[in-house]
Design a protein around this ligand. Sequence first.
Ligand SMILES: Cc1ncc(COP(=O)(O)O)c(C=O)c1O
Length: 336
Amino acid sequence: MIDLRSDTVTRPTAGMRRAMADAEVGDDVFGEDPTVRELEEETAALLGKEAALYVPSGHMSNQIAVYVATRSGEEVWAHRRSHVVANEQGGTSVLARVLPRTFDSATGVPDADLLEEWARGTDDVHRARPSLVCLENTFTGRVVPPEEQDRVAAFARGRGMGLHLDGARLWNAAVALGEAPARIAEAADTVSVCFSKGLGAPVGSALAGPAEAIDAARRARKLLGGGMRQAGIIAAGALYALRNHVDRLAEDHERARRLAERIAQTPPLAAEAHTNMVLVTTPAGRARDYADLLAREGVGCVPLGEDLLRLVVHLDVSDADIGTAADRIAKAAAAA
Ligand SMILES: Cc1ncc(COP(=O)(O)O)c(C=O)c1O
């Protein structure tokens, strides 16, 4: 099976396993795990933020970010397909008890007119108070230009709102643009990054931001039962990933581009690559059929809608796998 369902399916490399086995550890709930501290400090520095907090998952990181940036009953604006509102079990309404207001756009960013429209009349006593905008970068593999994030941040600040960035794949955006990770995170008050996706670590994400917000986030992590003890074992995998697996994301992007090029020559399928993701358009309503056919041929993928498939290139996918996957997809398409 060439598993292209997600970049979360990777297994730790030999070097990463060694780093984990050798990790110095302590009780992180007492703030005594040196490896966790090192990871948090290095992550904060890379993202240009005062502090960072290691958390078990990107889901928890996003939820904590919303929880510490809002008060119950306030409004949070996010794309209707963003992970924080669409794929976290409605957690923002359960935990922070806020009202998600969702926009749609191809780019993942709300347009200026919509922001102006939503900001009108917010002093009205009938309205919930908007307090946070959430963006995602990359958004379904698409790089959101930092200037677009700057525009939303300027708007948000002008109205006393905060900006949280779900940067689960921020590293891919930085590598694709040739920018420092800090530039991608610059517009955001808080930013969540994942070590367990393209970077290939087995566990964990970090929430970075102002020291005061991260102190509050540390308390919220404990509230959610996310305080970990000798977490240096897994933090060492994340640290290894951060130091060794960021630049190599360019290889995943190049392989995704080549895979999309091959699939695009396979009618009736159309394909485009965005960073490490290949989005394949199937004939109308047939995404699930094609996902099943591909699985039978030994290629794992995920249907994103009625006629869209997602294939994700990652650390465990070689050049040879790209050729084999393309051949198998062509065979499946011929049989469809
Ligand atoms: C954009 C985005 N944000 C957040 C998450 C959540 O990460 P985790 O699986 O670590 O909870 C994911 C997971 O795939 C994601 O794609």
